[in-house]
Design a protein around this ligand. Sequence first.
Ligand code: OSB
Ligand code: MG
Length: 369
Amino acid sequence: MNLTKIDCYSLRLPLKSPFKTSYGELTEKACDILVITDDQGNQGYGELTALETPDYIEETLSGAQTTINQFLIPLLISHNITHPKEVSQIFASIKGNYMAKSALETAIWDLYAKQQNCSFKTLFNVKKEQLEVGVSLGIEPDFTKLVETVNYYHEQGYTRIKLKIRPGYDSEPLTAIRQAFPDLLLMADANSAYCLNQSEDLIRLDNLGLSMIEQPFSDRDYVGHARLQARMTTPICLDETIRSIEDLETAYTLGSCQSVNLKIPRVGGITPALDILNFCKSHDLMVWLGGMYESGVGRALNLAFAAQDYFTFPGDLSASDRYFFEDIITTPHVITNGKLPIPKGNGLGVELSQHALEKYGYHNVLWTK
Ligand code: OSB
Ligand code: MG
């Protein structure tokens, strides 16, 4: 693919309001945007979505940056890549570090699509022009405010609400939402905050008509999740647990989940994400697309990927203005008639806003030929 340069924009995007989960509070989202250039001047964009603190999964932003610089870029440039499908194989000798791999792998896919004058929409064989989406809400102890927030997003067109929960903050806020919105697609995400002996707290959520409960237990606890699933009717969805197809096979075989939150960065990029999607299809397992508070770059990828036919449940895919005052792309993602349009241009179909890149971060050249 004749790569000539890899640039990195390290950004800190302030959040419109702090986002509170069972593991802490986030006030700004740091991310890197990788730009891979070829000898024709085409540019592929990839977002590094790793969080700064290893409280979601082990990988951190600074660790991922080191992995990219010391291990992944040297591997990438020493191979003659003919198709982006080869990249995850090229990275196979490096263990874990899925988000670091995904940042480069997705940039190579974008570059490839642009070389072919093809959109991601076409690449993924997507017919839809727009997508029904959901929103993820942080912990809000004031239930009146919480219900107002749900109403605000519901009126904008978000058809599914996910609430972050933790022990002591579960049944009550969820009941408040359910009473105000009897028919809403509603789910909860615990981000590993419970342990097996708190199973009763979760089982009593069974009467709330939740679409699913995401990641109640610790990320390696396949057996605990299987025991809980056997005792409750609400589907358990795994997020943190599923980093690879092997993780998914283990969870499926043990009955640890009935639903999968698929995040492209958490599994190492587009090729492994497609493998996981295919596994879910062939095993009739529900799967939907999750998010990592992506900027407009990662969001564009998520939109095209989530528009594939097998996804029917609205993902964690909100408009640019859900989290950010200003997106880093020239045309932000805006809810239109209650849905998010899927970008149509070549590759990801978004352009970086030079103004926002300068305002929110700094630039480094990682490699030149
Ligand atoms: O657990 O799904 C999660 C964001 C970062 C890390 C983990 C999670 C999340 C979200 C927000 O819930 C999803 C989004 O809107 O991007
Ligand atoms: Mg989650």
